[in-house]
Design a protein around this ligand. Structure first.
Ligand code: BDP
Length: 701
């Protein structure tokens, strides 16, 4: 077991379950197998998975003729265009374009499981859903599932560079082997497509948002087209990140001013060229005027003017533009958290109808915890899509165990009050709140060339959970953890119960030892891995941790109320009041919104200083608990995966202590506060932590 098979291991079922599934093993009846490649894939997935789950060794011939004989039990799949499916009168109207119906029925004395859909991709999603049901222990003769995704664009964003490095990637190189493309298609692309289809992901942006002009040249379009050909049968569209200044850098225009007709004409021709190679190309993702990337503002044009010009180019082909709201510029050092809203709010209603604005979950940058982004709920005339980060840039890369679904859930369930109480972020991004047709969720991928794809076994759960939540944002993070654990390891409740508990607490544990109580961005320069709360020498104020925590001898925290930056005013009034009031703001967000005296009393009765120390300790203890729990699970896990997780937890334990000690040493020095008795002093003095060299890899031991 090296993790390559992800949650698609299809391990043999426990005996009782196996006996029930056994009679269904065999050839799947799929009349459209010969004409629809996606249906053929779905049929093969079911056949081989049921064989594996029921321990059938010899491969069978399931060509149409061999499948003709009708055993007593069977699986039948197809779209409504298959007369045998149509005759069943299933509620396909509720399945939409991508959904499915799964039913256990009896016909002519034969027990059948039917997977039906309106389109082939729905059949494929239904096939994977059926296998998930079987693997997680649903009774096979009572299946009755009708589903369709709540969100239409369910996308991975690869921050993959053309040299195969991956920005903020911790699992090897890019899986896209650009050097060999388009001549050689790594079989891994197919496995990638399968894994994504199994959780409903239907789009992939292949290249980094910090894009190169090269991606828009003919050789690179051909490479993307080769990948698109592999992904297509799995219902996955290819998208590309576009660099704003591409035509200028390719020396084909003299300006990138979006209102210059030559620029618009260039992009139109470029879109035509891309669509000739990739007829179902999804569209462009754009990072503009952010962190040094060029953009329309370089020509005194707005984000909307830029986005709309590109949107016009892809419109005739049915393409879209995803325009990122992650912008911040030197111009406004007042509060970085305010900049996206400040730039975009005046543009509400000014975007073309095939533009969707892609907004990170919080206003700063993928911190272990951030309050939801103020653009959600305040841009009613603009479709907004969610951008989550799956790769753990700020949560300990691939070594620290942090299950992110509770974080995604916290944001999706947050109430924007846009249309009164109960206007959740989820309803903003699924389009239902304002009736937007374009809607979506993107996740910055954690996938790389490592055998286990994600750099660690438990990081696979974050990819899985992202897909499941994009499909259905009402699923609970707890239920998703259970599903994942059953499929990835074993359905034995003696394993699933404790491992789920361990996963569910893991993100909060990271928050505790890195950035408790609403602190943020305290990571050291560049790598965002270890602690650097003292860093104050970087060129731009908002690159420095001291800018975010604002600790001095009196207190700590960023005042974002009316007496400070007033960032709270960007939320709807009810939300703003909740965050602005010291009485109602949750402790978990306290220092995000307030500058608080070290000796002020918290809800726990402790002073702020004592509460912070308590949380750092709780974080370290939380990792200890995970280690202890994991040790008890050894009987359930194969040796290689057990060993890897054990080793990573040991790293996490050491580094949680590093985070705690360095943070405490620093805040003690700034506040002049002593450690209360009973609190373990940091192992070293502050100078030791400041001196830790961390240019290539952590080297503090
Ligand atoms: C930050 C990353 C940086 C990305 C940027 C972005 O540190 O590598 O390029 O966000 O999202 O999280 O554009």
């Amino acid at each position: 077991e090296d993790g390559y098979d992800l949650w698609l291991r299809h391990a043999p079922l426990p005996t009782a379950q196996r006996l029930a599934v056994d009679p269904y093993a065999g050839c799947v009846a799929a009349a459209q197998r010969a004409t629809q490649v996606t249906i053929a894939i779905a049929a093969r997935e079911i056949e081989s998975a049921i064989d594996a789950m029921t321990d059938k060794a010899a491969p069978r011939d399931c060509t149409a003729s061999a499948a003709a004989a009708a055993p007593s039990h069977g699986v039948m799949i197809g779209t409504r265009d298959d007369p045998a499916i149509a005759a069943l009168g299933l509620p396909l109207a509720k399945a939409g374009d991508e959904g499915f119906v799964i039913r256990s029925i009896e016909r002519d004395g034969r027990k059948l499981i039917v997977v039906a859909a309106n389109r082939p991709v729905g059949v494929l999603y239904g096939a994977f859903a059926l296998l998930r049901e079987l693997q997680t222990g649903t009774a096979i003769d009572a299946l009755d599932v009708t589903e369709q995704p709540k969100v239409d664009l369910r996308l991975l964003n690869h921050w993959d560079n053309l040299d195969r490095t991956v920005e903020r990637g911790y699992s090897g190189q890019s899986i896209w082997d650009w050097w060999k493309l388009p001549d050689v298609n790594d079989p891994r692309y197919t496995d990638y497509a399968r894994a994504n289809a199994s959780i409903g992901i239907n789009g992939a942006v292949l290249n980094n948002v910090n894009a190169k002009p090269d991606s828009m040249t003919a050789p690179w379009i051909a490479k993307a087209a080769a990948v698109a050909d592999v992904l297509r049968p799995y219902g996955i569209k290819v998208y590309l990140s576009a660099r704003w200044s591409t035509p200028v850098e390719l020396k084909q225009t003299t300006t990138a001013d979006p209102l210059d007709p030559a620029v618009a004409a260039w992009w139109k021709a470029k879109a035509d060229e891309i669509y000739a190679a990739i007829p179902d190309f999804g569209g462009f993702l754009v990072k503009a005027n952010s962190e040094g990337q060029p953009g329309p503002q370089d020509y005194k044009r707005t984000h909307a003017e830029g986005a709309n010009m590109l949107a016009a180019a892809v419109k005739p082909h049915g393409g879209i533009v995803m325009w990122r709201a992650f912008v911040y510029s030197e111009a406004d050092p007042d509060d970085r958290a305010k900049q996206a809203y400040a730039d975009f709010k005046p543009l509400d209603g000014k975007f073309a109808d095939n533009v969707i604005v892609q907004v990170k979950n919080g206003a700063i940058d993928f911190q272990p915890r951030e309050p939801f982004h103020p653009m959600f709920g305040t841009m009613p005339k603009t479709p907004l899509m969610m951008e989550f980060q799956i790769t753990k840039e700020y949560l300990g890369f691939a070594t620290h165990l942090a299950y992110l679904a509770p974080m995604y859930e916290e944001v999706l369930d947050a109430d924007t009050f846009a249309k009164g109480k109960g206007s959740t972020v989820a309803e903003v991004i699924d389009g239902s709140l304002e009736g937007h047709k374009l809607n979506g969720m993107a996740g910055v991928a954690n996938i790389g060339s490592d055998r286990n794809w994600s750099g660690s076994i438990f990081d696979q759960a974050n990819w899985y959970a992202f897909g499941r939540l994009a499909w259905d944002h009402q699923l609970s993070s707890d239920a998703i953890a259970r599903e994942w654990a059953k499929q990835t390891f074993t359905p034995d409740p003696a394993f699933v119960q404790p491992v789920t508990a361990m996963m569910m607490g893991s993100r909060e544990t990271v928050v505790d030892y890195m950035t408790p109580m609403g602190l943020a961005h305290l990571m050291a320069t560049g790598h965002h891995y270890g602690p650097g709360p003292w860093v104050s020498d970087l060129a731009r104020p908002e690159w420095n941790p001291v800018y975010y925590h604002r600790a001095d001898k009196d207190g700590i925290g960023f005042d974002r109320t009316a007496s400070g930056s007033n960032a709270v005013a960007q939320y709807m009034p009810q939300v703003a009041r909740g965050f602005a009031s010291r009485r109602s703001v949750d402790d978990k967000d306290l220092l995000w919104f307030h500058h608080v005296g070290w000796d002020e009393k918290m809800k726990s009765g402790r002073t702020l200083w004592a509460e912070l120390l308590h949380r750092y300790d709780r974080g370290v203890a939380g990792v200890g608990d995970m280690q202890a729990r994991w040790a008890t699970l050894k009987p359930f896990v194969d040796a290689p995966r057990f060993e890897e997780v054990t080793r990573f937890l040991a790293i996490q334990q050491r580094e949680a202590i590093w985070w705690r000690d360095a943070s405490i040493a620093y805040f003690a020095s700034v506040s002049g506060r002593a450690l209360p008795t009973g609190v373990q002093p940091p192992a070293h003095d502050l100078e030791y932590y400041k001196a830790i060299e961390h240019s290539y890899a952590p080297g503090h031991h």
